[in-house]
Design a protein. Sequence first.
Length: 94
Amino acid sequence: MHNLFEDGEGIQIDGVLYTLSYDENAEELVIPSDVVEIAQCLTGGFSDFSSRPNLKSLYISEGVKYIGNSAFQNCRQLETIYLPNSLESFGTYL
């Protein structure tokens, strides 16, 4: 499994998780438990988790409360998402 912080990919600011780069071959992704919010899809600046062509499984750990708009858009191979009980809301076009 691809762990964001172990692989040097994740950027977290005040509990909000962003990414700057990614392994486009990763088929599984784990969002760590110390994250409170997953950033929405942004244009320019920090990027997001969208457009991962090979992502099939997404594991969002307990503790995440919010997922921003379009955070995982264009992940067309995504088949399985594990959502935590702590999740309070998620944006459109998840």
